[in-house]
Design a protein. Structure first.
Length: 120
């Protein structure tokens, strides 16, 4: 028996009625022990999920380094020396394992101060 290409399979599926396609799904469940509709439904949703915790990383302090240090102090609660060390040690994680919404706020604050920020 010749092996069918994916394009040939799709073309043959286009010719089937909904009832025939439903029977095909049932046969696939029996033959392979897997529900193809469950796999198809879980695939795209899993790929589109946003991470529940992210890290805000300072990648460039920009021209207004003092302003960036002030914002880092406000965000982290660090002292002047520690905040300056964080800004000087670029790339540096400003905050780790936080909610994406909080990360977006922090990113906006740092960008307003002139910094370049990455959220992962």
């Amino acid at each position: 028996m010749a092996k069918l290409t994916n394009a040939e399979i799709i073309e043959s599926l286009k010719e089937k009625t909904l009832l025939e396609l439903n029977e095909l799904v049932d046969l696939m469940k029996e033959e392979f022990g897997v529900d193809p509709t469950a796999v198809a439904a879980a695939g795209p949703a899993a790929a589109e999920e946003e991470p529940s915790e992210v890290t805000v990383t300072l990648t460039n302090a920009g021209a207004k380094k003092i302003g960036v240090i002030k914002v880092v102090r406000q965000i982290t609660g660090l002292g002047l020396k520690e905040a300056k060390a964080l800004v000087d040690g670029i790339p540096s994680a400003v905050k780790e394992d936080i909610e994406p919404e909080e990360a977006e706020e922090i990113k906006n604050q740092l960008e307003e101060a002139g910094a370049t920020v990455e959220v992962k």
